[in-house]
Design a binder for this molecule. Structure first.
Ligand SMILES: [Fe+2]
Length: 276
């Protein structure tokens, strides 16, 4: 069984014609690639920055694109999203709210449990993941300590090395998140977005895996940057769109980082596998 993760769709409208077309085409490419997978994933989780400005018209545009999606889709929100506009368009089984109105919920897919967390602090790019939200995660994880579990949140709690995208490593939310997941052996991986690039690290004894964006990617430049002084460096790059595929086989959970595109076969299976 598999579940696909897409992230950082940044769907927009004619207010930004370049990104309107580019991000829509890239999302459609990713969805085509996911639908072509065998076996077909049982679900897709879209882990935030669904819209570029959180506008109702952007969510309406996203709804049009997703109308062709034949796979059940679930959502988390990111720093570019706005809860009210998002919920008006997508509230329901794929985006349930906790008792405080945050978009946080758990879902079972056969042998896999998914726990989706809300890190959005509206009006800010940083994570708004508070101690109260970490309490919700700790309680939710404690409800089922047996089923292999993936935790999904928009903001990665680990350093990419791309300085202008990274959080303060000492930010309290990272410690709170680490405490919430530490010792929960059912948590197989923490899936994130936000940085528009695939990278992996450890938090609280667990693997954190960040997915490439369906939209454009962040340039891999690990040199220091002055956040107040633009130096003309490239910060975003039109590398191909990507996604993550989570494979579940019994207790084994593995993540694949995938490039979306229409690529020719290179070699076919015409002779038995074996040593030559
Ligand atoms: Fe983003």
């Amino acid at each position: 069984m598999t579940v696909a993760q897409i992230t950082d769709l940044h769907i927009t409208t004619a207010r930004d014609p370049l990104n309107q077309l580019r991000n829509q085409q890239r999302l459609r490419q990713v969805l085509r690639s996911i639908h072509a997978l065998r076996p077909r994933p049982v679900a897709i989780i879209a882990s935030g920055d669904l819209a570029d400005h959180g506008d109702p018209a952007e969510y309406a545009a996203l709804k049009v694109i997703l109308a062709d999606c034949e796979i059940p889709i679930y959502f988390a929100v990111g720093n570019h999203d706005r809860r009210e506009a998002f919920l008006d368009a997508f509230g329901g089984p794929g985006a349930r709210q906790d008792e405080n109105g945050l978009i946080q919920y758990a879902e079972h897919f056969g042998d896999l449990r998914m726990v989706v967390c809300d890190t959005l602090e509206e009006g800010h790019d940083r994570s708004g993941y508070t101690a109260e939200r970490a309490d919700w995660l700790a309680r939710t994880l404690a409800e089922d300590t047996e089923t292999p579990t993936i935790v999904v949140l928009h903001h990665p709690p680990i350093m990419s090395g791309v300085k202008w995208m990274d959080p303060d490593p000492d930010a309290p939310w990272i410690g709170a998140l680490a405490d919430a997941i530490r010792g929960h052996e059912q948590v197989r991986v923490v899936l994130c977005g936000h940085v528009h690039r695939a990278f992996h690290g450890l938090l609280g004894g667990h693997i954190v895996a960040t997915s490439p964006a369906t939209s454009i990617q962040v340039t891999l430049d690990l040199t220091p940057v002055d956040m107040e002084k633009p130096d003309g460096r490239e910060i975003l790059v039109a590398e191909p769109p990507g996604y993550v595929l989570v494979m579940v086989d019994g207790g084994h959970v593995t993540t694949h980082v995938c490039v979306a595109g229409d690529y020719e076969a290179a070699v076919a299976y015409t002779r038995p596998f074996g040593f030559h």
